[in-house]
Design a protein around this ligand. Sequence first.
Ligand code: NAP
Length: 254
Amino acid sequence: MSNRLEGRFAAVTGAASGNGRAIAEKLLSDGATLAAIDLNADALAGVFGDRPDVLQVQADVADEESVKAGFTRISDAFGRLDVLVNNAGIVKFGSFENLSRAEWDQVFAVNSTGPFLVSREAYPLLKAGDGDHTRSIVNITSVEAHIVISSSGHPQVHYNASKGALLQLTRALAVEAAPSGIRVNAVAPGFIETPFTAEALAKDEVRNWLLERTPLGRVGKPEDVANGVAFLASDEASWVTGTTLFVDGGWTIY
Ligand code: NAP
């Protein structure tokens, strides 16, 4: 806990579960006022209750009108933003030769187009942010934007490609947004224990396969991801843009 985001306004997508929930809680504990965005209004209410420092925003990041409506509420409530975290994402498995156009589109709609739509609506609010502090976007990519984990036995070219697109969105926008004082970075998690991975991690053979390939010898926690995000969102990272922080226990170097 610190006060390094005291007086800052932040928005986190997919804030009702897993990594997004931990990121939201970390930014709040660092002093931010937060817009918690998620598909599921009941889940948001269940997590954040009636906290006065949280604006609960039901929105589908893949739906342009829904994102616009959500950001109208955020603009009315905050007037500006200092931090945006594009965390909402979905994972799907399936072999390439059986992959349908609909499955491909669904994964891209949430994982790649979603961060584009959300960032575009957030952009004027970030530009209006506090000029005394750095403002930033943090995109949650994945180690699978960089590597393909074939030994998992779960092919997912659509997921790999969608996270690769988000990685390059991060880097290209970092260049374009820099003159406005907005930094854009990514956190690439390895395997993190969340509802997203619960089914796979419940199997002993999967957990053992994972632990054997992770130099730091444990599965990641959502708080590990949140700590990386909080650093990139803070002024401690004021000369850091266009980069990726791997939070993976060493997976990608092994
Ligand atoms: P999670 O527990 O399934 O949480 C994702 C949250 O995003 C859920 O609350 C979900 O709502 C919400 N969401 C899904 N689609 C949305 C949409 N279209 N609009 C708004 N909200 C939406 O997943 P997680 O493990 O925390 O993953 C979060 C991010 O981390 C994802 O981008 C994922 O790719 C990335 N990541 C995770 C891991 C891992 O091992 N867990 C590893 C690498 C990267 P519903 O529950 O209502 O669908």
